[in-house]
Design a protein around this ligand. Sequence first.
Ligand code: ADP
Ligand code: MG
Length: 336
Amino acid sequence: MSSFLKVTNLCRYYDNVAAVQKINFEVNEGEFVALLGPSGCGKSTTLKMIAGLEQPDSGTIEIQGKNVLDRAPGKRNLSMVFQSYALFPHLSVKENILFGLKARKVPKPERQARLDKAVEMVGLGPHINKKPGQLSGGQSQRVALARSIVSNAPLCLMDEPLSNLDTKLRADMRTEIRSLQKQLGLTVVYVTHDQIEAMSMADKIILLNQGRIEQTAAPEHFYDKPLTTFVASFIGHPPMNLIPQADCVLGVRPEHVVIVGDGDIGANTGVEMVVKECDYQGSETIVTGEYSGAEIKACLAGKRSIDNGEVVKIRWEPAAEHRFSKQGGQRLKADG
Ligand code: ADP
Ligand code: MG
């Protein structure tokens, strides 16, 4: 696999404050890469620099081996999908989808062929003569996707495209976008602050924190081997418990904590936790308590009610332990 997009030492400052500092990553052809991180960490700035909507202060951006920094956005052979859809309100769905192709003087029969295909792929058939004001959020986002599909650009940049949609639709659209991406063989850089989107859609995740990359890896590595306490506490729901120890910070995921005596027969081990809260969520209950001065969460199957103040014994398998340095929160080498 060849590197389709290569970003090297990318930096961008606003008023002498770094929004993006020395970012390096590569995206292979046909790969779906998520740029993940909390609000303000530099995701959109990075994406806009790739698109050519912002100029970096330093660093390079190569697409298919060519430096594109001096190319205008329209000459970078990429398409963009935004959270806001960016549709023209006075144009119909069809005209919105075809706008870019008309501007580029693509011949009419070809426009029609691309329109038909895109409309079918995103299921907009009955709506092509409507105006954006007559569409739901999900339909509007499909128009934006169709516009990106008809452009035939091999690289697609998406900035939080689903964050305006409700939970159920978001889940459907995740699957839809991923399958479109595979069908079309698109190379995608997908910005999101939602770890579930990143974990479920991406081949590779780049997690940003304050303009820097914390970790670049496949989703399962983020979960199994977070490189820092920041990553550990960003990925997972609820996030990993972090327990200060004399020589390190111990990490244990809530789903790996069990209550002794809970089908965990004969275990005379474990440590005491004072229960503070039980949060029933349907398939599981999240029990919050205190152990060794740290707040601990345990995910237990089904509905559980334990009184506040009750002391329970908790334990976890040694293999479920993660260790990080006290200073800097870096994963300790002995921990793999
Ligand atoms: P994200 O998309 O991850 O939420 P952004 O890339 O939009 O973050 O912003 C990164 C940082 O840069 C933030 O601190 C933001 O306030 C700042 N920033 C972004 N755009 C501008 C701008 N046009 N002027 C000044 N500061 C900006
Ligand atoms: Mg943003």
